[in-house]
Design a binder for this molecule. Structure first.
Ligand SMILES: [Zn+2]
Length: 254
């Protein structure tokens, strides 16, 4: 006997793949059901609203069906909340948004509620879509906050070797710790950090989700934070992100 499940959920389209002649399979990060795969059949004329609702980066309210043991949801209705259309109109915005989506897709599990990661992605896409977006800051905050939510952020409270809380001067994603100046030689695979970088990572990890961007840093420090963020994300998720290579090619042009 096959059971039919119907769900209504907010979701963000984070990936689309062609399927057959006219269908697509969407990866959607939902507010209440984690990551899901959705079969979006061909869209008939007069239903162009559905096309916008299912476009890459769109935030929409979906009504979905799932039958029996199939892991694939079928799209019934999609009502657009925000199309984030500017993300598809600029190479740079597109590159940053694609990277945030790829990282989120690899963190959020299938059918496992992860509202915090959904909210984080939504907030970051919103900021990216604005005219005055600080791309590297959005990326860096996203990276360290995503690691915090998923429980992977290195322990920042004291040196992982000797327990000292002063002179913290490196972060080591390989063993999930930070390291003081005296122990640096015991932690060769760590990355150097100064007090202001440590303070920024700490702030991003503990701030209320609405306030994670409320700190100021020089452009150079933000750039370093962003480089550190992508190293930590790559090492801790044990993945090379194709969208990051693309992003760095695009930013090199600017
Ligand atoms: Zn130490």
């Amino acid at each position: 006997m096959s059971l039919l499940a119907i769900i209504d959920t907010d979701g963000i389209v984070t990936k689309e793949t062609k399927y057959g002649d006219s269908s697509r399979i969407l990866t959607v990060i939902t507010k209440n059901h984690g990551k899901i795969s959705v079969l979006a059949g061909s869209v008939r004329r007069g239903k162009s609203g559905l096309l916008t609702a299912t476009a890459l980066f769109s935030h929409s309210r979906f009504t979905l069906f799932k039958s029996g043991s199939s892991s694939l949801y079928k799209l019934n209705e999609g009502e657009l909340v925000n199309s984030f259309s500017t993300l598809r109109e600029s190479l740079e915005k597109m590159a940053f948004a694609s990277y945030l989506c790829e990282v989120t897709n690899s963190i959020v599990q299938e059918d496992a509620e992860d509202t915090e990661q959904f909210n984080l992605l939504l907030r970051c896409l919103y900021l990216l879509s604005k005219d005055d977006a600080n791309y590297e800051k959005i990326k860096a905050v996203f990276e360290f906050r995503a690691l915090t939510i998923s429980g992977m952020l290195p322990n920042l409270s004291c040196c992982g070797k000797c327990g000292s809380v002063s002179d913290i001067s490196a972060i080591n994603p390989y063993d999930g710790s930070v390291c003081c100046r005296n122990c640096l030689s015991d932690s060769p695979s760590s990355f150097p950090i100064n007090n202001s970088i440590l303070a920024a990572i700490s702030y991003i990890s503990v701030a209320d989700e609405k306030k994670i961007f409320s700190f100021n840093m020089s452009d150079n420090a933000i750039k370093y934070l962003s480089e550190l963020g992508e190293k930590c994300v790559g090492i801790l998720l044990d993945k090379k992100f194709k969208t990051l290579d693309y992003l760095r090619r695009v930013t090199a042009l600017g």
